[in-house]
Each structure stands twice: as structure tokens, then as C-alpha cells.
Design a protein around this ligand. Sequence first.
Ligand SMILES: Nc1ncnc2c1ncn2[C@@H]1O[C@H](COP(=O)(O)OP(=O)(O)O)[C@@H](O)[C@H]1O
Ligand SMILES: [Mg+2]
Length: 244
Amino acid sequence: MSLLQVDNVTKTFRGLRAVDDVSFTVEEGTILGIIGPNGAGKTTLFNCIAGAIAPDTGTVRLGGADVTGAAPHKVSRAGMARTFQLMKPFGSMSVLENVAVAAMAHGTSRRTATGTAADVVERVGLSRWRDARSDGLPTAGLKRLELARALASRPRVLLLDEVLAGLLPAERLPVMELLETLRSDDGVTLVFVEHIMAAVMRLSDSVLVLEQGRVLTSGSPAEVTQDPRVIEAYLGEEPAGAGS
Ligand SMILES: Nc1ncnc2c1ncn2[C@@H]1O[C@H](COP(=O)(O)OP(=O)(O)O)[C@@H](O)[C@H]1O
Ligand SMILES: [Mg+2]
């Protein structure tokens, strides 16, 4: 049984099929990369999977359990977490407090949440910034904080929406290495949306290509990047684009 199974998910906004009959599965302990031009429906797909919006049709199963249309906190309790493309930490709170709030959203005690938060903050390499105000973090730190907040729920599946966007090339490698160890050491299954093709190639076991809401193709990184339809869909696309 696949850890994550998405079947025929469709989401329409005023007649626009932002996500159009998308199906895919993710096996436990693997990494799926999702690519596609701006507006292809990647973030909307994440929103449908993580419970931020309910799909019009289709189903989302996590570990066999149907979580379609479930509220985000229920999806989270079922073992799935996500990062947001547009980060929104509580600026006046410290890094540790922000992560503790995310950990507490799960009904755990303040003490347990603070302990979890301290672990996770260290895990993402933010120990030095632990007590700093979140609005004082540089972009790379904010990205790590966003990761830490998602990890605070100890997810089995982590959805990452453009975590490398906005980072300098030199800042990307350590984040990629962190994602690799989340999989190898913590057993977290990853689904990530990314424009940086070098990261997609390096991290993904398989790649799903979206275009205008539909699955254009899927396969190994080498297979999809040699697909003429993929190359065509990317023509004119800024490879390191920040996304929409
Ligand atoms: N809340 C919304 N209301 C109306 N249209 C939306 C909404 N969210 C996304 N869209 C539209 O759905 C399409 C897919 O957007 P999005 O999922 O953000 O794409 P991507 O993340 O691949 O860039 C776009 O045309 C976008 O304008
Ligand atoms: Mg997006």
C-alpha cells in the first residue's frame, strides 16, 4: 500500500480547472518532485492534499485512511505536514516559540511541545537563532523555520512548496542535504514542488510534471527531463523563477 495515494483530484475556481483529474502515489521513504510552469496548479494540489481546500472530486488517502476534505489539523494528526510557499511565522515571537506553537497545535502539553520544538530547531540547524525574533531572520533562516514548523508535528509525509526559492545558490545545498537526511535518518516521505531543476534531479526518486492542472507525464528524473513535452512546457520559463 502506498503511503500517499491521490486519485482523480480536481479543483475548479470559477470555471478554471486549477487541478484537473490528478492521480499519483508516493511510497513510504521515497521523494517525489513536482514540477510545472507557474500557474500549473502545484500549490492548489498541495492545498487539496493537506486539507487547506477541499477538492471538488477525487480522493486523498494517507496510510490507507481517507483524508479527502479533512480539516488541516486532522490531516496533520493523520501524519502529513506541509510548508507554505508564502511563509507566515509570528514575527514578534522567537524561533523556538514559533515551532512550539506548531507543536502545541497537536494537543500536546506546553512542556512536551517546547521539548519537541528544541529538538526540531536543532535538527534544521537553527540553534544559533533559537531565541531570536523570527522577523529578524534572513530568508534562509525563515525557510528553515518554515521547515521546523512543519516538522514539529513529526509527520510521516512532508509536503514542501518551493523551499529553495529565494535562496542563494550557496544556501541551497545545505537545505537539500537536510531534506536528504530527513528521508534517510528520520524516514520522512517527501513531496516537493520545486523550480530549481538541479534539486529536482538530485533529490527525486520520481517526478510528476503538471501543466495547466493536468499530469503531463511522470517518471524518473532522467526520463521526464528528456521528454520533449516537458522541455516544451518549460520553454520561456525562468528556471530559477520564484513561482506564483
Ligand atoms: N484561491 C484561488 N482562487 C482563484 N483562482 C486560484 C486560486 N488559487 C489558485 N488559483 C488559480 O489556479 C491556477 C493554479 O495556481 P497555483 O496552484 O498557485 O499554481 P502553481 O503553484 O503551479 O504556480 C492559477 O491559474 C491560479 O491563478
Ligand atoms: Mg505555487
